[in-house]
Write a protein that binds this ligand. Sequence first.
Ligand code: SF4
Length: 385
Amino acid sequence: MEIRIALKQHVGAPCKAIVKVGDEVKKGQLIALPDGLGANIHASLSGKVTTIDDAITIMADENQPDDYVKIEDTESNLDAIIAAGVVGAGGAGFPTGIKLNSEALKDGYLMLNAAECEPLLAHNIKFIEENPKLIIRGLQYLLDITKAKMAYIAIKKKHRDAILALSKESKEIPNIELKFLPNMYPAGDERVIVREILGEIMEPGVLPSEFQSVIVNVETLKNCVYAIEDRKPVITKDLTVDGKVKEAKVFLDQPIGMSISHYIDACGGFSIGSGEIVIGGPFTGKRAGDKAAVTKISGGILVGVEFPHDERDFGILACECGADEARLTEIVESMGGRVVASTKCKRMIEVNGRYRCNKPGECPGQAESVLKLKAGGAKVIIAGT
Ligand code: SF4
């Protein structure tokens, strides 16, 4: 079985491989180093390196050890997180060691993003339900690293079992508190979390650190705990497989680099009427390419319905927190349609050359945009939210 470990699984430049074709590598071995902003990459399985391009391909040995090569001894827990190559596992991929290493967080706020924001995704909540003690220990490690005064767990009210489990484990701990998010998309957007927890409005382009805050995702926290307690590098990923498969499933601790098709097969294969495969959530996911494999930031493997055929002229209404123009265009073209007009939600404003939503989740009526698209020749409109 071959695995493909991408050299870019994070914000920043692709890592540089430190192994060569023909090398035998061990599970957990460091195989690529950051080249600027980035994070260490380790082999998720033992085997032989067969090719190196934008990924290191490894022909995995038939028999895999239970153990792995541990990260080196480090002077601090923060260094362990850096050595393990922890990055934002919720999709952002920002190196966690850099995020946590900020003086601005002293006496500030650590926030756990437990929103599991996009529909269908379920692996974060499943992990919390099964491992609430680890979550609380993880928050205590990060409180110690950042010197923040409070840790808040931001979770949607609908996740009752996860809330009960976390409440039980944290009730005697004065600096860990649960905070509830509305059951809406995008409740997990960091500006929504800061707004709901601190009552502060983050203008587009402003970072949580401006509010003495850092936000980490559930699986990112889990990877920090693995690095600190087990000296384990980031070699596994939690996944939700859903949509047009025979049986939707959640998979925890799966080797990074495994092919996406492996998980579709593990769900009994495609069901009737299946269409494209999307990596990520339904709103912000991207279509999987031929060689798609699990990375540190892939959360969902979703199989869509077969596209209906529609040759009409389309207008596109993009959203920052949902599908962007490129994704909407891809969908229109997959249906056989043509994009004749395009606009953005009126809440999107330009900040440093990028359009950002200034009130995520407080979505306005779009009558004005619809009229504009119709005036541009659109017979039908597709929106990103
Ligand atoms: S306000 Fe507009 S850009 Fe922001 S989340 Fe809602 S639809 Fe998207």
